[in-house]
Ligand binder design. Structure first.
Ligand code: NDP
Length: 287
């Protein structure tokens, strides 16, 4: 039976730490770290994420602003808002909720965010800094996975780590972070041959493909640590599920993250961490 990696408990522990650090920061600086969240359009899932981000800001004592723009907002209006937030001293982190409506050029919008306020770490400047291991911010989901491993006492050094998925926001940065932690890393994707065999080599398996309950026990080595990044709706009942077939894998793995309650709660928590870091850096820059 695998030990459950409790993402809710670990996220709560980190938020408590951030709240304590924020109280000290406010005492020393006279202002709170500030996050602006911008959403364009009416996507219900995005609206839930945005609401949760504001709640998390309140919990840790941050200042936050929300901008809900109509779906037909033009590029110039959105760019002007970002430019204003770039110059606003109360705002240390800017997050533009993705996906944006089709008529907006996501790359152009993300490039407009001041890299010092890019708390999602999606700007090419920050991506480049992660590549060379000299960064201020890490993308929230892979950073959350690293915290789950660290705080669960999982040794990474020298371990076979297999990441399935190579997206810019999860798979690729996840592989880099495991490499930085001295894992021996293999990255798999939709063209990987013999995926099952590669996965069965893993001491640490990170599943991030977006396919409901794809990985059953036949993909998992006895005693492996299994991290399930997937957030999917199960076709049979519409409930939230991961990329891992939990019932099948749990008896084989040594540790496993549930969905929900595993990686999910860590993502917003790491956004808080990045915003706190951004506030510290910008404060230092001003003084
Ligand atoms: P993307 O769709 O951007 O990327 C999916 C990746 O998985 C691609 O690299 C793709 O390969 C690969 N892939 C797809 N099918 C297979 C397959 N059958 N075998 C092997 N590889 C496959 O997804 P994201 O990275 O954005 O997200 C992945 C999952 O993580 C989703 O379920 C998403 O909802 C979830 N997620 C969860 C978060 C959280 O907070 N918990 C945050 C972000 C994402 P190829 O490149 O060849 O197409």
């Amino acid at each position: 039976m695998a030990k459950l990696i409790d993402g809710r408990a670990i996220a709560a522990e980190i938020r408590k730490e951030i709240a304590e650090e924020t109280a000290v920061f406010k005492g020393e600086n006279g202002y709170a770290p500030g996050l602006a969240v911008v959403i364009v359009g009416e996507d219900p899932a995005s609206k839930v994420y945005v609401r949760n981000k504001h709640r998390a800001c309140e919990e840790v004592g941050f200042y936050s602003e929300g901008y809900e723009l109509p779906a037909d907002t033009d590029e110039a209006t959105l760019l002007a808002l970002i430019e204003r937030l770039n110059r606003d001293d109360r705002i240390h982190g800017i997050l533009v909720q993705l996906p944006l409506p089709k008529h907006l050029d996501e790359e152009k919008i993300l490039l407009a965010i001041d890299p010092a306020k890019d708390v999602d770490a999606f700007h090419p400047y920050n991506v480049g800094r992660i590549m060379i291991g000299n960064y201020d911010f890490l993308p929230c989901t892979p950073a959350g996975v690293m915290q789950l491993l660290k705080r669960s006492g999982v040794e990474i050094e020298g371990k076979e780590c297999v990441v399935v998925g190579r997206s810019n926001i999860v798979g690729k940065p996840q592989a880099l972070l495991l490499l930085e932690a001295n894992g021996t890393v293999t990255v798999c994707h939709s063209r990987t041959k013999d995926l099952r065999d590669v996965c069965r080599r893993a001491d640490i398996l990170v599943a991030a493909i977006g396919k409901p309950e794809f990985f059953d026990a036949s993909y998992v080595k006895e005693g492996a640590v299994v991290i399930d990044v997937g957030m999917n709706r199960r076709p049979s009942d519409g409930k939230l599920c991961g990329d891992v077939d939990f019932a099948s894998v749990e008896p084989v793995a040594s540790m496993i993250t549930p969905v929900p309650g595993g990686v999910g709660p860590m993502t917003i928590t790491m956004l808080m961490k990045n915003t706190f870091t951004a506030a510290g850096k910008q404060g230092a820059r001003v003084k």
